[in-house]
Design a protein around this ligand. Sequence first.
Ligand SMILES: C[S@@+](CC[C@H](N)C(=O)[O-])C[C@H]1O[C@@H](n2cnc3c(N)ncnc32)[C@H](O)[C@@H]1O
Length: 303
Amino acid sequence: MTAQPAQTVRSGMTRGAAMVEGEFLFTESDFRKIAAMVHGDAGIALPETKATLVYSRLAKRLRALGIASFNDYCALVAGHDGVDERQKMLAALTTNVTRFFREPHHFEHLRDQLLPKLLAGARAGGRVRIWSAACSSGQEPYSIAMTVLAAAPDIASLDLKILATDIDPNVVREAREAVYSNSLLAGMPEEHRRRYVLPVAGRAGYSRIADEARALITFNELNLIGDWPMKGRFDAIFCRNVAIYFDDDTQARLWNRFAGLMPLEGRLYIGHSERVAGPAAQHLTPDGITAYRLTSMPREAAR
Ligand SMILES: C[S@@+](CC[C@H](N)C(=O)[O-])C[C@H]1O[C@@H](n2cnc3c(N)ncnc32)[C@H](O)[C@@H]1O
């Protein structure tokens, strides 16, 4: 979640009183219902300190739908007719902030510590799989793809694939399109921009990621707290800046599921303010800045 705008949050309110001052009545009971839905759907924990953020992000939805109160909005998203709106609510309450080569030490680690061995294995006929879990609008998986391409000019002859997933269908669509404003592309290392970014005809100020990078990636919608259809193991998993929104139990379960989906020596890259805790910490050994190496296999793969 991003920073909250300065607005009044009243604590200890009686049921029915406004929790946040504003155009629409927003009670503690409304907040609790929304927080329970978001936790149940996506694993995201919304403490009461996020009340003003919830109000300001969802007030736009109420306005767009012509709904008069949060009570009515809660009834809509809780019912059968509100399935689409519930997805919009979730999208409004999650943050998709990302950028190319964010936390660049992970791409350097991938390039220097992991890829030499993985590419040697692929050249000997093996397969390499990398997962960008919670990929947002694609900057993370494209950064992985560019790192791989720069290290493997023979990529076309290798079995190396990147899976990129996110719960939000809108960002997955954007990621697939691979078109970004030039200002978003500006922070990327110059050598990658020169090789893998192309102007888009008829759209001044926008560029597209080159087909050779796009071809390495499969984009899909996937909820990290739901079922995972993937069966094979991932040599590297990037799951950055999403677990921070989950409660401790949900995080611990996620790390465990990742550990169950990696081969020995697989790497897990997580966000700068996250850390692996719980049972998975016995198997995932720190290996650089917010990077972990699978040093023993969990007895039971927790899928
Ligand atoms: C802050 S972005 C992180 C993007 C990228 N990993 C990075 O570090 O730059 C968080 C992403 O997590 C996604 N997300 C939130 N809850 C999720 C869940 N339960 N399953 C999958 N993705 C989720 C959001 O839609 C959002 O795109």
